[in-house]
Ligand binder design. Sequence first.
Ligand SMILES: [Zn+2]
Length: 271
Amino acid sequence: MPELPDVEIFKRYMDSTSLHQSIQDIDAGDSEDMLAEISRRDLKNRLKNRSLLKTSRHGKHLFAKLDNDQWLMFHFGMTGFFKYYKRSSQKPEHVRLRIDFTNGYSLAFDSRRRLGEISLIDEPKQFVQDRNLGPDALKDLTKQQIEDYLMNGREMIKSFLMNQEKIAGLGNIYSDEILFQVRLHPRTKPPDIGSSGVIVKELYTNIRKVLKTAINAGAVPEKFPDHFLIPNREKGRQCPRCGESVESIKCAGRTSYYCPGCLNAHGELLS
Ligand SMILES: [Zn+2]
């Protein structure tokens, strides 16, 4: 499922392929259940003869500004991605929205499982507010927000990291990686985590470090560093740090992976 690093890569892909070109046509034929508050016909009429000027990202949402000051919004759901192509033989299999440019190329939004969302909105900041999205995990999160959770939070650390109203951008996979890096059990709750400055800093630093590293690797797990859990995120695989078997548990309705050998008895930080 696309999380912040994946969506950042989609943003860069769009930036490098699809900006400043006139939109000749739109095919939104297979997008109906993914369109939010706009009909297929409306979307087509409002995009035709426009161009995309710039993009912006908040958490897992991507926004592309049109030259009429509206923004096209994408959420990639479980399986969404973009493909920019010229020949129809290169067209991906599950295209929900296709934007044809006057240069003969098309940008397709593909989503096999039809989850995700496409919409036209007036302004990203307002959208973020209306959806109650928390600060972007990479650009806007502060140490204070982490400290507040450690002082007053009641939910498990994994639920906190994945809660889009608390922090926007992290999902199941990257929250496991962050917890692996800080050696915390996914089910740990405050006050067992503690709230010392060291823990706040560790969490804050590792959220950013994990996301930046993933983006620099193009969000391709095979290119992640050896000390990352993600390439070994499978039950029974060896922990890249201590060699013990990676375990899985259900946590907040999702399967979480962690290494029991890298935690102490209380799930606290090891030095
Ligand atoms: Zn380990």
